[in-house]
Structure formats: structure tokens, C-alpha cells
Design a protein around this ligand. Structure first.
Ligand SMILES: Cc1ncc(COP(=O)(O)O)c(C=O)c1O
Length: 231
């Protein structure tokens, strides 16, 4: 959060929960007093979704056929297999980077990026405090120090001015997390990184397909890391 909104994460979570409760309470009070409501379920209207959604099948015949084709392949080196090549080809259609490498997870991708950036013991990497542990675990594995910057109010993405305040002679990189599909201010972060000769790593794990000023995320930083995790 920026200074103006400097509250702890715990306070934020508690505040957000009580705001939800307060919202429901206010609506109920308004209803009781005969005020106009929107008719939403939260304001006492009928439920829009009455049945619990069924999980539905997670795969069908096409996926089973592809899985079978993979299992019947002679080699376990799947990163050179036709499926991986196709994945890379299609990935490059949405994120046109020259060099694309698959690996086992978003966490592994971030670790590879941090290691490839030459980050080692005692180096500092500025990143977001609201993210998945996968963002920082590679930094720790390299015996470097994650430095958490404030986030922008309303975006929960890196506050560029605060990132700049936290740069020290030990800072080597910035990991910008595009939280919940919302791109960071990439132009400002790239300009800052260039000015201080820092590596900019984009953590795109939560933002497949998102665009920043018309450009696909993952195309501005020195590295971009994606995840195929379920959510
Ligand atoms: C922002 C962010 N970074 C990194 C990761 C790690 O990805 P993976 O679960 O594929 O290791 C996740 C996963 O949820 C994430 O949300």
C-alpha cells in the first residue's frame, strides 16, 4: 500500500471482512426501514443461483487421446516432444517472446529466472508482499533477500515510487506480480529498472492473456514466468 494507506496485511484482511459484513448489515437495515433495494440476494432478494454447481468433467475424449499418445511415446523427454513444441508455438502466439522454455511449474520458472539473472547470496530482489510463495521461494533458494515494497491502493500491484525508495546498492532485480489478472505499471517499472541497471522479472502466473497498454504481459520485462496451476 502507499504511505497514505499504510495498514498491515492482517488489518487489511480484517478490514475487508468487516466491510463485507457492514455492507450486508446496511442493506438489511435499509430493507427493514422500507428503503429501495436492488433486489439482489444480498439485499434480501431471491437467490440467482439456486442449485449447487456440479463440478463437471475435467477432461473428455480429446484429452484422454492426447494423454494416451504421450504415454505411448518412446521417450520421457517430453520437453522435446511434439506436445511441448506445440505448447511453445501456441504460447508464442499470445506472448511473442523469442526464447521460451517450458519447466515443471511457475515456481520453477521464477527460480530459473532469478538464477539466470545471476542473483546470489546477499543480493536483494524487490517484490510484492501479496502473492504466492512461488514468487519468493527462488529468491530464498539463491540465498538472496526478498524486499517487500508497498502496493498501490486499489491495484495491489507494486507502487513504483516505493520500489524506487527501496533500491540499495545490493538490489539486483524487481519481480513484478500481475495480481489477479491486473497488469503492473510495466512502462514505469521497466524505466526504473533500466535507470538502475536492474533485471525486471514479470510474474505472470495469475494473468494469462492480460494486456498492458495493448501489449501482452510478459513482453516488457527481461524475463516473464507463467504457471499452469489450476486457478
Ligand atoms: C503470483 C504467483 N506466482 C507464482 C505462482 C507459482 O506457480 P506454481 O503453482 O505453478 O508453482 C503462483 C501460483 O499460484 C502465483 O499465483
Amino acid at each position: 500500500m502507499s504511505e497514505h494507506y499504510s495498514i498491515s496485511r492482517r488489518q487489511f484482511v480484517a478490514g475487508a471482512s468487516s466491510a463485507l459484513v457492514a455492507g450486508a448489515g446496511a442493506a438489511a437495515a435499509e430493507k427493514k426501514a422500507g428503503g429501495r433495494t436492488s433486489g439482489l440476494a444480498i439485499e434480501g432478494g431471491p437467490k440467482a443461483v439456486t442449485k449447487t454447481p456440479s463440478g463437471g468433467p475435467r477432461w473428455g475424449e480429446p484429452e484422454l487421446k492426447q494423454l494416451e499418445a504421450m504415454l505411448r511415446q518412446g521417450s520421457l523427454f517430453y520437453w522435446e516432444g511434439p506436445q511441448t513444441k506445440l505448447l511453445i508455438e501456441r504460447f508464442q502466439q499470445i506472448c511473442p517472446r523469442k526464447y521460451v522454455q517450458t519447466c515443471s511449474s511457475g515456481t520453477a520458472a521464477l527460480h530459473i529466472a532469478v538464477a539466470a539473472a545471476g542473483i546470489g547470496p546477499g543480493d536483494e530482489v524487490i517484490t510484492s508482499p501479496v502473492t504466492d510463495i512461488g514468487t519468493v521461494i527462488g529468491v530464498l533458494y539463491q540465498q538472496a533477500v526478498p524486499v517487500f515494497a508497498d502496493l498501490g491502493a486499489g491495484t495491489y500491484n507494486l507502487d513504483v515510487a516505493d520500489v524506487e525508495r527501496r533500491i540499495t546498492p545490493k538490489t539486483k532485480a524487481i519481480i513484478a506480480v500481475h495480481l489477479t489478472g491486473n497488469p503492473c505499471d510495466l512502462d514505469a517499472l521497466k524505466a526504473l529498472a533500466d535507470r538502475h541497471k536492474l533485471i525486471l522479472i514479470e510474474d505472470c502466473a495469475q494473468a494469462w492473456g492480460a494486456k498492458y497498454r495493448g501489449r501482452p504481459i510478459g513482453t516488457v520485462g527481461h524475463f516473464a514466468c507463467f504457471s499452469l496451476q489450476n486457478s
